[in-house]
Ligand binder design. Structure first.
Ligand code: NAD
Ligand code: MG
Length: 355
């Protein structure tokens, strides 16, 4: 098992990564204040992993709530069912919520923990690659509103993250690739050496070699933990984590939610960010080609969807959350392994890259 720490003073917490962790009581018990445990999961993950996690809490008061599966259920109404369950079972302030599942379950359970009786503890047990390298770390929690994704939420850090790599064995290949988009992102924004490593080990990662996956998850979590420790509430460098995301969100919205997975849109978005960086003289053509090879190697798309017109993409990007004082800001690359947030590009360059 590999363990690293997210350094946030009194709110610091460990991330454990490895095989066979789900049912290990020693990983959970140090973080429990009381004996009431609510496992929040969904109908896909429950039959696979709920029994293993329950084992870790033998002798304690364990209950579970099984949510429907899907981003479309990340709503206020479905989220409220967690409170119904907690209140029906008279859960007290010293209870602990366990988020067992992908990013949807993690965000919903985390946000419920942030709000129940003004805040209770929770532990992230991520079961998708995306959740293990991204959504379970950093304390962003929330739900969707019909007017926008993740528009209602809170910062609430977990007490621990337990990432069992065995769970990735049942993950659909498309979801694995989507997670690799975020893994690659960490290399592009901060770690050229990791990018070299990913280039050499992509075949192993795609075929789920356990050692390769464990290393990729560890390095990804280290980079994310470092950035979160620098800028917990996203007033500065945390914005770098959005590399490829402004392009990506425009793609997700443009093709209709659910058509492209988030990671797929981010993959194409990273290629577009690289192309714009080259247009502005920051990257070489060879670096852009290498970016395409890396993204394609992870089974991800490298261009915008053909049926999404460049003009429509520009429109969608203009309403992005990262627009500040009317200026669109983008994360661009200075080299492979170093990103910057900037609004210094002209619309023509952007339009050219999208075309
Ligand atoms: P997801 O939670 O929808 O999981 C993808 C699919 O895989 C689901 O059908 C799920 O039931 C299934 N699944 C989960 N684990 C499995 C396993 N081990 N085997 C088989 N199937 C499994 O999607 P995701 O990609 O994990 O997360 C996306 C969500 O995360 C979005 O809602 C996004 O907004 C959020 N997110 C949050 C943050 C953050 O910082 N809080 C960061 C990135 C993404
Ligand atoms: Mg993302």
């Amino acid at each position: 098992m590999r363990t690293l720490t997210v350094e946030l003073g009194a709110r610091s917490y460990p991330i454990h990564i490895g095989s066979g962790l789900l049912s290990d009581p020693d990983l959970y018990r140090p973080h429990l204040r009381g004996s009431q445990i609510m496992i929040v999961t969904n109908e896909t993950v429950a039959p696979l992993y709920l029994a293993s996690v329950r084992q870790a809490f033998d002798g304690l008061h364990v209950r579970e709530i099984i949510l429907p599966d899907g981003e479309v259920y990340k709503t206020l109404e479905v989220w409220n069912r967690i409170f119904d369950a907690l209140l029906a079972e008279r859960f007290a302030r010293d209870c602990t919520l366990i988020a067992l599942g992908g990013g949807v379950v993690g965000d919903m359970a985390g946000f419920a923990a942030a709000c129940y009786q003004r805040g209770v503890d929770f532990i992230q047990v991520p079961t998708t690659l995306l959740a293990q390298v991204d959504s379970s770390v950093g304390g962003k929690t929330g739900i969707n509103h019909p007017a926008g994704k993740n528009m209602i939420g809170a910062f609430h850090q977990p007490r621990a993250v337990i990432a069992d790599t065995d769970t990735l064995g049942t993950l659909p290949q498309r979801e694995l690739s989507a997670g690799l988009a975020e893994v690659l992102k960490y290399g592009f924004i901060r770690d050229a050496e990791f990018l070299d490593w990913l280039e050499c080990h992509m075949t192993g990662l795609m075929s789920r070699d356990p050692d390769a996956l464990a290393h990729a998850i560890q390095r990804s979590c280290e980079v994310k933990a470092q950035i979160v420790a620098e800028d917990e509430f996203e007033s500065g460098s945390r914005a770098l984590l959005n590399l490829g995301h402004t392009f990506g969100h425009a793609i997700e919205t443009g093709v209709g939610y659910g058509e492209w997975l988030h990671g797929e849109a981010v993959g194409a978005g990273i290629c577009l960010a690289a192309a714009l960086s080259a247009r502005l003289g920051r990257l070489t053509e060879a670096e852009v080609e290498r970016t395409h090879r890396l993204i394609a190697g992870a089974g991800l798309p490298t261009a915008r969807p053909e049926n999404l017109a460049p003009e429509r993409m520009l429109e969608l990007m203009a309403v992005d959350k990262k627009v500040l004082a009317g200026r669109l800001r983008l994360v661009l690359l200075r080299q492979l392994g170093e990103a910057v947030v900037t609004s210094e590009f002209d619309r023509d360059a952007l339009a050219h890259v999208l075309a």
